[in-house]
Design a protein around this ligand. Structure first.
Ligand code: PY5
Length: 309
């Protein structure tokens, strides 16, 4: 199994400057590389009739600031400055649609764990299709409940989007892939459904949507929030509630949400078909609505878009 290399663009924004892609490097003794002491974001920009628009840019940068705060990192840039940098980066790279990856990391200096090294920030952007594949997004994916649980809140603050947290996600993902599945579903320390390695999860039962609450060691996803808002406006009830493995198996529908994964139907868990084993009706209507919103086709959701022009 081999990974797909990412598609290079011209520039990467690094500590306030635009650097050619191949020159955006860090020292091998960077603190963040050794101890996972960095925080990051994943944001998407979509093509609209008014040019490229970044979806919920400020909300992502606010979360980056919160993640940094939790790890006592002082960001050398404000949310406004980081938002401006993203817009500039998309422009200079001439991108229409892209994934945007801001990262703030403890830099080179002290090698001890007292993490006092200055924080540096970089932002890259490149074209990136749906995380679980075009086909997965259309036909649904097969998931496996992982034997790796999400780190409990007394171990790691999982509401921060910190690099080190992804070690447990990587184990879960690899376990699922090695067992022939597309993605993992992780339980929390109490045994309730938490989320995917890089996606939140929803189930649908009798027309109501359920998603795990913050205390289930989830990352508070921005797509999760988006789906909660649009589902309610479409007339569905949405409940943040602990979900058991059994509830997932007997759900009518299930889907993942995330910036990279967008809305991806889950058609099977541990060999058990979800509903009739195909993407459900409510899932498909949410996908359609989400697609229209990010492409600027819904006037009532314009406040979520930052136009690059
Ligand atoms: N949960 C985890 C653990 C995540 O990493 C992500 C995002 C989400 C939930 C969904 O959050 P949001 O809706 O705010 O994106 N994951 C990254 C992303 O950009 C990708 C990680 C590979 O989607």
């Amino acid at each position: 199994m081999e990974g797909v290399p990412l598609e290079k663009t011209k520039y990467i924004w690094m500590n306030g400057k635009l650097i050619p892609w191949d020159e955006a490097k860090v020292h091998v003794l960077t603190h963040g590389l050794h101890y996972g002491s960095s925080v990051f974001e994943g944001i998407r920009c979509y093509e609209t009739s008014r040019g490229p628009a970044v979806f919920r840019l400020k909300d992502h940068m606010r979360r980056l600031e919160n993640s940094a705060k939790i790890y006592m990192m002082k960001l050398p840039y404000t949310v406004e400055e980081l938002c401006k940098a993203v817009v500039e980066l998309i422009k200079v790279n001439g991108l229409k649609e892209c994934y945007i990856r801001p990262i703030a990391y403890r830099s080179y200096g002290e090698m001890g764990l007292q993490a006092l090294n200055p924080v540096e920030v970089a932002i890259a952007a490149w074209p990136w299709g749906p995380y679980l594949g075009e086909e997965g997004q259309k036909l649904g994916i097969r998931a496996k409940i992982s034997s790796n649980i999400r780190p409990p809140p007394q171990s790691l603050p999982m509401n921060a989007k910190a690099a080190g947290h992804y070690l447990s996600s990587i184990l879960a993902k690899m376990e699922a892939l090695n067992a022939g599945y597309d993605e993992a579903i992780m339980l929390d320390h109490r045994g309730y459904i938490s989320e995917g390695p890089g996606e939140n999860i929803f189930i649908v039962k009798s027309g109501t949507l359920y998603t795990p609450p913050p205390h289930a060691s989830i990352l508070l996803g921005i797509t999760r929030d988006t789906v909660m808002v649009i589902a309610e406006r479409l007339g569905y009830k949405v409940l943040e509630q602990d979900i058991t493995r059994g509830m997932l198996y007997e759900a009518d529908e299930a889907f993942f949400t995330g910036t990279a994964a967008e809305i991806t139907p889950i058609r099977e868990v541990d060999g058990v078909p979800i509903g009739d084993g195909k993407p459900g009706e409510i899932t498909r209507s949410l996908q359609q609505e989400y697609r229209a919103i990010v492409r600027g086709e819904k006037p009532e959701y314009q406040e979520w878009l930052t136009y690059v022009e």
